[in-house]
Design a protein around this ligand. Structure first.
Ligand SMILES: [Fe+2]
Length: 346
């Protein structure tokens, strides 16, 4: 079996593949690691055939939809998943055939209603149903402590205790344990009575994961994260450094239109000498009157360098093929002590 465990912070993703047929599946991929997964599959000589999320993640950005688009392969989740982009919806007791490997599905609701574990060979991918020394929380949308108790004690923990546990999270850098080890020493599993377990889960008082709103929005809908939008824009525009712009401003080269896309008050507080004001919010509507020549070289700038990247990408999409973005923003420009003009005019 080809096997790779890829950590992204505390999130764990897995690449598993069949040696004989070179077919592989990616379990719980994270959006920022797309190139890493594809490179690993290629290095290991396997082709990714399936993209699997063990459940709707509330704490990381799933890469399944984007990878499905890039690789043209199906996304697999449990049938209770709300995500509209899932191609194959599985139910308890079904299997995914991966060359000579068989991924056996156990529906294990509790952390979420759509949580599933996947057993293959000597191991089980437990998602957030069972972690090393812990369990998934049950206080996020669709979580249910009674269901988690059933899923653990009446299903997952009835499997062979020698099975290796590979969870969707580990915050302490551990790779795996076994079901037997967890039964013996996982503190949460020592509360075996349903009422005690439920009471313990209800009184954990955990803090909300960071980015929970954005993670649920994008993972449940297939929509894009802000970082993803920015990365897509960044991939389509060239950049100019702060130092290069400063040299051009000082040389008074006028082949470059510097377009400040912040709001008026920020612009008037201090802008690059010669920069024109065209706020990002008005860009598309005013571009025909403000920038009549699409062949001009235009450099966008903003406070931090993010909005200017989106603005340059929009300009290029509209036909300004020489639009570039400043690598950095006015904050860094000011901090570098570079020249500034204040007031209404360029
Ligand atoms: Fe989770």
């Amino acid at each position: 079996m080809v096997f790779e465990q890829i950590a992204t912070g505390g999130c764990q993703s897995y690449l598993i593949g069949c040696d004989d047929t070179c077919a592989a599946a990616l379990i719980d991929p994270e959006l920022s690691q797309i190139d890493h997964y594809i490179a690993l599959a290629s290095r290991d000589g396997v082709r990714i055939r399936y993209l699997i999320d063990t459940h709707t993640h509330a704490d990381h950005f799933s890469a399944t939809k984007e990878l499905a688009r890039q690789l043209n392969v199906p996304v697999i989740m449990h049938r209770a998943s709300p995500a509209p982009f899932v191609d194959m919806r599985l139910a308890d007791g079904e299997m995914v055939v991966l060359g000579k490997l068989r991924l056996q599905v156990l529906h294990t609701p509790g952390h979420t209603a759509d949580s599933m574990c996947l057993q293959v060979g000597d191991r089980v991918f437990t998602g957030d149903t069972l972690l090393i020394g812990g369990t998934g929380r049950t206080d996020l949308p669709s979580g249910n402590p009674e269901s988690l108790h059933d899923s653990l004690f009446n299903k997952l923990l009835k499997l062979d205790p020698a099975l290796k546990v590979y969870p969707a999270h580990d915050y302490k850098g551990r790779s795996h344990s076994t079901l037997g080890d967890e039964l013996a020493s996982n503190p949460r599993l020592q509360k075996r009575e349903r009422a005690d377990f439920v009471e313990m889960m209800r009184t954990l008082n955990l803090t909300m994961p960071t980015h929970i709103t954005e993670a649920l929005r994008t993972n449940m809908s297939g929509g894009k994260t802000v970082a993803h939008l920015l990365a897509a824009a960044t991939a389509t525009v060239p950049f100019m450094s702060l130092g290069e712009l400063k040299a051009r401003v000082e040389a008074k080269e006028d082949d470059l239109i510097v377009l400040d896309v912040r709001e008026r008050d920020a612009y008037e507080g201090g802008h690059v000498p010669g920069a024109r004001l065209l706020p990002r919010g008005q860009l598309e509507l005013r571009v025909n009157t403000e920038l009549p020549d699409p062949t001009r070289r235009i450099l966008t700038c903003c406070e931090l360098g993010y909005i200017s990247t989106l603005a340059a990408a929009t300009l290029r999409e509209m036909g300004f093929l020489h639009a570039v973005a400043l690598d950095g923003g006015m904050k860094a420009w000011r901090e570098s002590g570079y020249p500034l003009t204040t007031g209404r005019d360029p």
